[in-house]
Design a protein around this ligand. Structure first.
Ligand code: ATP
Ligand code: MG
Length: 248
């Protein structure tokens, strides 16, 4: 089982879009996939058609419900949805001495090929829980101002987690999304990324594609909504890279 966090403390960089469509690509290759929505905005849960459910990840983390009860089984994947109330659960987790290990504990003994975790746009204890439970993490990034500042913060957090809590955590790669290298910021960020020895870039870039925006409204992956689209091709290509990385 490979656990992958999709994270960036900057909002709107494509975390949820990546979680949803990478999982669809992995599932099309015959992998058993679990999605975890760790964001109180519930975007992944809504896009996966799993938002109106009784149980959620917050309740699972604090032990108010068990794994099977929190799980929604869909045709192509299983998902543990989020809730608007997740923030109050995060406060409760924060109060515990071992607050970083709650998700890892819940995933122990589970039998999936891949677990993909959609993180909130922050580096609080929910993201720490995701990174502690993960084998690697993917950082979707756009070429705007402050993109690189956010990356430094994530890499520093990861280094601390690697040292103290989860020695196996690695950067899977930075995923350039809607990234325009023709803009000044795009160029600046791109050349910094290429020259940084701590950074790995996926070869695949996710191009701007309206299908990626539209598919979520129909609770479909881009492969079901627009199989011939650029978005479908790009996520297929990202999936190949991830499979090579994990050698499954
Ligand atoms: N490559 C793309 N082409 C077109 N639209 C995109 C692309 N990537 C993301 N979007 C759109 O941009 C918006 C933000 O994407 P998304 O919700 O995946 O980001 P996020 O990082 O999960 O945001 P948040 O930080 O709020 O959780 C969404 O409306 C999504 O449909
Ligand atoms: Mg999101």
């Amino acid at each position: 089982m490979k656990v992958i966090s999709i994270t960036n403390n900057k909002g709107g960089t494509g975390k949820t879009t990546t979680t949803l469509n990478l999982s669809a690509a992995l599932s099309r290759k015959g992998n058993k996939v679990l999605l975890i929505d760790l964001d109180a905005q519930c975007n992944l849960s809504v896009a996966a058609g799993a938002s109106k459910t009784a149980k959620h990840i917050g309740e699972l983390l604090v032990g108010e419900t068990d794994f099977e009860s929190a799980l929604i089984k869909k045709q192509n994947f299983d998902i543990i949805p989020a809730s608007r109330q997740l923030l109050s659960y995060e406060y409760r987790i924060n109060a515990e001495p071992d607050s970083g290990y709650f998700l890892q504990e819940q995933l122990e003994g589970q039998n999936y090929d891949f677990v993909l975790i959609d993180c909130p746009p922050s580096l609080g204890s929910l993201t720490v829980n995701a990174l502690v439970a993960s084998d690697f993490f993917i950082v979707p990034m756009q070429g705007e101002n402050f993109a690189y500042v956010g990356l430094d913060e994530i890499l520093q957090l990861c280094a601390k987690i690697k040292k103290r809590m989860n020695p196996k955590i690695e950067l899977g790669g930075i995923l350039l999304n809607k990234f325009d290298v023709r803009t000044k910021f795009g160029q600046m960020v791109h050349s910094k990324l290429l020259s940084d020895p701590n950074v790995k870039l996926y070869k695949t870039q996710i191009r701007q594609d309206v299908s990626l925006m539209e598919c979520t409204a129909f609770a479909l992956s881009v492969f079901e909504y627009a199989p011939e689209s650029r978005g479908a091709k790009d996520f297929e290509s990202l999936c190949e890279e991830v499979l090579l990385q994990t050698q499954i």
